[in-house]
Design a protein around this ligand. Structure first.
Ligand SMILES: [Zn+2]
Length: 605
C-alpha cells in the first residue's frame, strides 16, 4: 500500500489487490466463443512453459555469484540495476531457454525473467543472513554466538529459522564444518510458482480494459502444449465482473493481473489503484487504542485530547469474533492431531514389512489430505476474521470521530510462558493479518493505523503511570489513586491510544511498513463523563422478564456442571414458566459463553 501525500486536496492514492474470474471467453480475431475449460487448459500450457523455463533459469543461476550481483545491485559496468526484474535480467544476460522447436514470444520471456529475479531478490536477503549467521554458528552446540559487529544483527524470528537450517545441515554432516556458508550450500534451488505475472509484459502479450462493471483481458495463449510458431499463439478475450464490493470506490487504475490456476480453474489476481481520503496524523485529536487479547482477538478504547489535556471515558469495547476464534482453535488442534498421527505412522512404516508399509503409506496420504483441507479452512476463517475485525474496529473509530488507531507493535510483543495451547492461540500470524486488514479498511475512510510500544500497556494506570491493582483477578484493573478502572484490555486500549496521541509528531515511516511510534510517553488521562465515544452495543439474547427473580447463569468453572433451567426465557413471554426439561430456552443454553469462560479460566492459570 502506497500513499502519495497531497495535503491540499486531502486525497491519497493507494494500491490494493482483489481476485476475480472470467465468465466469458472469445477468440479475439474471430469472435468465436471458447469454453472456459478450454481456456483453463491453454492457460495451463502457458504456465507449464513459464515454470519449466523459470526452474531451468533458476537452477542455472543457483550459485554464489548470482547473489553477489543482486546484493551489490550493480551490473557488469557498475551501473545500478533497474528495479524492474525483466530489465535487470536483460542487463545481466539472464535469458530463459525453451525446448527445441518451441516458439515462445519474447514477452513471455519477460514474464519468466521478472518472476525469476523477484524470487532471487527475496532469497538474496536470506543469503546475506545465512552468510552472517553461519560465521557465528557453532556446529558442536547448535547455537549462535553473539554478533561481533553491530551491523550483523538479523531479526530474531528469521535468525531462528536460519539456525534450524544450519543445525539440520550440521546433523547431516554435509560440507565444510563451520565457516561462512552461502544459501547455495544450505538449500537447493527453489521451486517456481505456477503463475503468469502479466504486469511484466506489455500490450503485445496482454491488455486490460474496463467497461462498466466488467474487466476485459486480452491475452495471447498457446494453442498447443509445445507451440511451434507464431501462429500457435492466439489472442483470447476474457471478460470478468468487477467484484460488487468495489462499486462506488474511486478506482483510478487497473493493472494487468497475475494468472494462476486453482481447483476451480483460472483465477485473476488483480491490482488496482484507488483514491482514499488522506489521513492527517499530525493533527489527530481522538485516538482509538486496540489491545490484543487471546480470547477474542482484540479490545478497544478511546482517548481524546482537548485544551485541558487528555481525557477518556474509560469505557472500552470488546470485539465479538462470533465464535470464529474457538473454531480456529479447534481446527488448529485437529491439524496438530493429524500431524501427530501421520508422524507416528511414518515411524511405523520405516520398519514395517512391505505389505503393511504400503497400507500405512496409503493411510498417511489420506491423513495428509485431511491436514491440507484443515489448513485451507483455517486460512479462510483467518481471513474472514481479519476483515470482520478490521471493519468493526474501523466503524467504532469512525463513530468516535477518531483520526488514528493505535495498535500494539507486534515486534515488541512476546507471547510466551502461557503454555503451548495459549501461545498457539495467540499466534502472531493471525494478528498480523488482522492488522493488515485493519490498516486497509481504516485507510479507506482516512484513518491512520500506527504501531505503538506494547510494554506495560495493561499493567500501568493511564492516569498516573503507576502499576494497576487487580481486585477481581487477571482481567480486572483498578487504580486506587485516580479512582479509574475496568476491564484490563480496555485500560490497555486507553494507554495505547494515549501513546499514539503523544507520539503522533514523532512517527517513523519506513517503506513497506506501518508508521510506528517508538517511544511510550506519559501524560495523565483524566476521566470524563461527557460522551466522546459511541454507545456500546447492548448484548442481545439476554431478555428476561424483570418481574421474575434473575437466574444465576453460571455456578462454577466446570462446564459440565448442571445449571438449573431458568424461570423465564425469550420463548415464554405469553405462557408461564416452561414445563420441566425445556432445554431449548436461550437462557439455559449458553454454549458460547461457557466456552469463552473456559478459555478465560485457562488463560488466567
Ligand atoms: Zn492512576
Amino acid at each position: 500500500m502506497s500513499t502519495t501525500g497531497d495535503r491540499r486536496s486531502a486525497v491519497a492514492a493507494r494500491q490494493f489487490s482483489v481476485t476475480t474470474r472470467a465468465h466469458v471467453a472469445v477468440d479475439d480475431a474471430t469472435g468465436e466463443s471458447i469454453g472456459l475449460d478450454d481456456v483453463d487448459v491453454r492457460v495451463g500450457w502457458l504456465l507449464d512453459l513459464i515454470t519449466a523455463a523459470g526452474a531451468e533459469l533458476v537452477s542455472r543461476l543457483w550459485q554464489p555469484a548470482t547473489f553477489d550481483v543482486l546484493a551489490a545491485g550493480l551490473d557488469r559496468q557498475d551501473r545500478r540495476l533497474p528495479t524492474q526484474g525483466h530489465v535487470a535480467a536483460a542487463r545481466l544476460g539472464w535469458t530463459p531457454i525453451y525446448p527445441d522447436g518451441v516458439h515462445v514470444p519474447s514477452r513471455v520471456s519477460r514474464v519468466v525473467t521478472a518472476q525469476v529475479v523477484a524470487t532471487l531478490r527475496t532469497l538474496a536477503y536470506r543469503d546475506t543472513a545465512i552468510a552472517a549467521l553461519s560465521a557465528r554458528f557453532d556446529p558442536a552446540t547448535g547455537r549462535l554466538t553473539a554478533p561481533s559487529e553491530p551491523g550483523d544483527s538479523v531479526p530474531a524470528g528469521f535468525a531462528r529459522g536460519v539456525r534450524r537450517q544450519l543445525a539440520a545441515r550440521a546433523r547431516r554432516g554435509g560440507g565444510v564444518p563451520g565457516g561462512r556458508l552461502r544459501i547455495t550450500d544450505v538449500q537447493g534451488s527453489p521451486r517456481m510458482a505456477a503463475m503468469a505475472q502479466l504486469s511484466a509484459a506489455d500490450r503485445q502479450l496482454a491488455q486490460l480494459a474496463v467497461t462498466g462493471d466488467e474487466l476485459v483481458l486480452t491475452v495471447k495463449l498457446p494453442t498447443s502444449p509445445a507451440p511451434a510458431g507464431r501462429a500457435q499463439w492466439r489472442s483470447v478475450r476474457l471478460i470478468a465482473a468487477i467484484p460488487a464490493h468495489l462499486y462506488g470506490r474511486e478506482i483510478t487504475d487497473w493493472h494487468l493481473p497475475t494468472l494462476v490456476l486453482d481447483r476451480r480453474g483460472l483465477l485473476w489476481r488483480c491490482a488496482a489503484t484507488e483514491l482514499v481520503p488522506a489521513d492527517d496524523l499530525e493533527s489527530a485529536a481522538v485516538a482509538v487504542g486496540v489491545d490484543w487479547s487471546p480470547s477474542t482477538l482484540g479490545a478497544a478504547a478511546i482517548t481524546a485530547e482537548n485544551p485541558e489535556g487528555l481525557v477518556s471515558d474509560y469505557r472500552g469495547w470488546t470485539y465479538d469474533d462470533r465464535g470464529l476464534g474457538i473454531k480456529l482453535a479447534r481446527l488448529q488442534a485437529e491439524g496438530q492431531l493429524l500431524h501427530g498421527k501421520a508422524a507416528r505412522l511414518t515411524r511405523l512404516a520405516a520398519t514395517a514389512p512391505p505389505e503393511v508399509r504400503a497400507e500405512l503409506e496409503a493411510k498417511i496420504v489420506i491423513l495428509d489430505g485431511h491436514r491440507t483441507a484443515v489448513g485451507i479452512k483455517r486460512g479462510k476463517i483467518n481471513r474472514e476474521l481479519a476483515f470482520h475485525f478490521g471493519r468493526q474496529v474501523t466503524d467504532y473509530a469512525a463513530a468516535a470521530g477518531a483520526q488514528v488507531i493505535a495498535v500494539e507493535d507486534l515486534t515488541t510483543l512476546e507471547t510466551r510462558g502461557h503454555g503451548r495451547v495459549n501461545n498457539n492461540r495467540a499466534a502472531q500470524s493471525a494478528r498480523r493479518q488482522a492488522v493488515a486488514a485493519l490498516a486497509h479498511t481504516a485507510a479507506g475512510v482516512g484513518i491512520a493505523v500506527v504501531f505503538v510500544p506494547a510494554r506495560g500497556s495493561s499493567a500501568l494506570c493511564p492516569g498516573c503511570d503507576e502499576p494497576l491493582a487487580r481486585p477481581g483477578g487477571y482481567h480486572d484493573a483498578w487504580c486506587p489513586g485516580c479512582r479509574v478502572g475496568g476491564n484490563r484490555d480496555h485500560m490497555a486500549g486507553v494507554n495505547l491510544a494515549k501513546r499514539a496521541l503523544l507520539g503522533r509528531s514523532k512517527v517513523t515511516r519506513r517503506r513497506g511498513q506501518m508508521p510506528a511510534v517508538r517511544v511510550a510517553e506519559h501524560a495523565p488521562v483524566r476521566r470524563c463523563r461527557d460522551k466522546n465515544g459511541p454507545t456500546p452495543g447492548r448484548a442481545r439474547h439476554r431478555r428476561v422478564r424483570r418481574s421474575l427473580p434473575a437466574v444465576t447463569p453460571w455456578l462454577g468453572v466446570n462446564p459440565k456442571q448442571h445449571v438449573p433451567a431458568s424461570q423465564a426465557s425469550v420463548w415464554d413471554t405469553v405462557k408461564p414458566t416452561p414445563p420441566h426439561g425445556d432445554t431449548g430456552s436461550r437462557d439455559t443454553h449458553t454454549p458460547l459463553q461457557s466456552a469463552t469462560r473456559v478459555a478465560d479460566s485457562m488463560r488466567s492459570m
